[in-house]
Design a protein around this ligand. Structure first.
Ligand SMILES: NC(=O)c1ccc[n+]([C@@H]2O[C@H](COP(=O)([O-])OP(=O)(O)OC[C@H]3O[C@@H](n4cnc5c(N)ncnc54)[C@H](OP(=O)(O)O)[C@@H]3O)[C@@H](O)[C@H]2O)c1
Length: 233
């Protein structure tokens, strides 16, 4: 019997690492929903990838619950099943510089997008993932969220939001034992967020995410990865 085409949703996929993950999953034959909050940017990105595979734009702002629910309703018109959710969308705000002076507004906005956003998108799409025979959620985190080595003072709101995102990973993995749900650090990648001096190309940054989304053993869950190896929380 031919294997069913896998269905994937990647958030924040109009550019950067998310775009590259969407491209790689499309090349692997997945039906990819390219999530973006900006209609024009999302449509343009999806159009760019249509020559590489089956790619559909889905408008989704992960920081707004109504918008996420609306996106789930739109998705339901296209597919009743989701196999892979990549919670990639994230922000690093310029003023996120010092834990002693970071404003409540910046902290809250960062947490809302990077941690709560991944949780509410997961909640909204779990009903579709439950229809998969091998459901996966990949949360794009950062080594900045690791607690093991303490903090170095860089981007505290961002780092704390990624620590919280890792908590979301562990909690979801416990609640959904048949799913593969993992956090992954892509390394330092040349994107708008990572900057021009970052050490990794888009392809190098996307590789570990794509591996968890499409290739890693299904029984690997509730872990934090970089370069296909488990790293400490
Ligand atoms: N680059 C690195 O070195 C690095 C290292 C570790 C972890 N990461 C993580 O990797 C992920 C991707 O980062 P990147 O480097 O590719 O960053 P990027 O180039 O700045 O792209 C971020 C993406 O997230 C989207 N986004 C932000 N807020 C959103 C929201 N509320 N709803 C929907 N989409 C939203 C952005 O959309 P707009 O275009 O509309 O803003 C954009 O598509 C992030 O989670 C980041 O924390 C990156």
């Amino acid at each position: 019997m031919p294997r069913k085409q896998r269905v994937a949703l990647v958030t924040g996929a109009n550019k950067g690492i998310g775009f590259e993950v969407a491209r790689e999953l499309a090349r692997k034959g997945c039906r990819v929903f390219l999530g973006a909050r900006n209609q024009d940017a999302g449509e343009a990105a999806a159009k760019k990838l249509q020559s590489e595979g089956d790619v559909t734009f889905l408008k989704i702002d992960i920081s707004k619950i109504d918008n996420v629910r609306r996106a789930a309703n739109e998705f339901a018109k296209e597919s009743d099943r989701l196999d892979v959710l990549v919670n990639n969308a994230g922000i690093l705000l310029d003023d996120d510089k010092d834990v002693l002076t970071v404003t409540p507004e910046i902290f809250e906005t960062t947490m809302r997008t990077n941690a709560l956003g991944a949780l509410i998108v997961s909640q909204a799409f779990v009903p579709f993932l439950k229809k998969s025979d091998a459901p996966r959620i990949v949360n794009v985190s950062s080594s900045g969220g690791q607690l093991t080595d303490g903090a170095d003072g860089w981007a505290p709101a961002y780092c704390i939001s990624k620590t919280a995102l890792n908590g979301v990973t562990v909690q979801l993995a416990a609640a959904l034992p048949t799913f593969a749900i993992n956090s992954v650090c892509p390394g330092w990648v040349r994107t708008d967020m990572g900057g021009a001096n970052a050490t990794r190309s888009l392809g190098e940054g996307a590789a570990g995410i794509v591996w968890l989304a499409a290739e890693a053993p299904q029984n690997e869950t509730g872990k934090f990865w970089r370069d296909r190896k488990v790293i400490p929380w």
